[in-house]
Design a protein around this ligand. Structure first.
Ligand code: HEM
Length: 141
């Protein structure tokens, strides 16, 4: 695949992953401690979306990102290294959210996720914004 196509794939995968994570984070925050049938049905749908769309998008993003980083010789740039540290934190958050969706959809009695997961939506939004600005401006120190 050529460089411009990889970049496009990278951006589509990033938008899909981040929007999926924000959706997961909102559901985890709004349904924390709830055992309502509607809430559990929503969590089950989100688990399925997470499994078939959000998680594969993360894999695609990492693969396409690694490929453009390698082809363009970007790995030595500090902006990319900071970006990768933020991406690693988001990957951990994604694992935590997947675990929370599973526990909240099935736990009896209701399970309340830890604060970091209840704040996952704004954390994801802010990290995504910083990552995007770093990638678009490519600051040099
Ligand atoms: C949440 C995750 C990510 C988001 C939101 C994101 C977003 C972006 C954006 C907006 C650009 C600018 C494209 C342009 O200038 O036209 C970009 C470029 C780039 N990204 Fe990512 N990215 C993410 C993850 C990654 C990962 C995991 C890697 C490496 C493994 C990576 C490597 C790169 C590289 C090397 C470029 C520069 C490409 C160029 O300008 O020619 N990105 N990214």
């Amino acid at each position: 695949m050529d460089y411009p196509s990889l970049k496009l794939l990278h951006l589509i995968a990033a938008a899909t992953w981040l929007s999926g994570m924000v959706g997961n984070g909102l559901a985890v925050a709004l349904l924390a401690g709830s055992t309502s049938a509607n809430g559990r049905a929503l969590l089950a749908s989100l688990r399925s979306w997470n499994r078939w769309v959000t998680s594969p998008a993360a894999g695609l993003l990492l693969g396409a990102g690694a490929s453009i980083a390698w082809q363009g010789g970007w790995l030595v740039m500090p902006w990319l290294q900071i970006k990768l540290a933020l991406v690693a934190a988001l990957v951990l958050l994604q694992f935590g959210l997947a675990h929370a969706l599973r526990r909240m959809a099935t736990a009896e009695p209701a399970w309340s996720p830890p604060a970091v997961l209840r704040f996952a939506a704004p954390l994801t939004f802010c990290a995504g914004l910083v990552i995007g600005v770093l990638a678009l401006t490519k600051p040099v120190w």
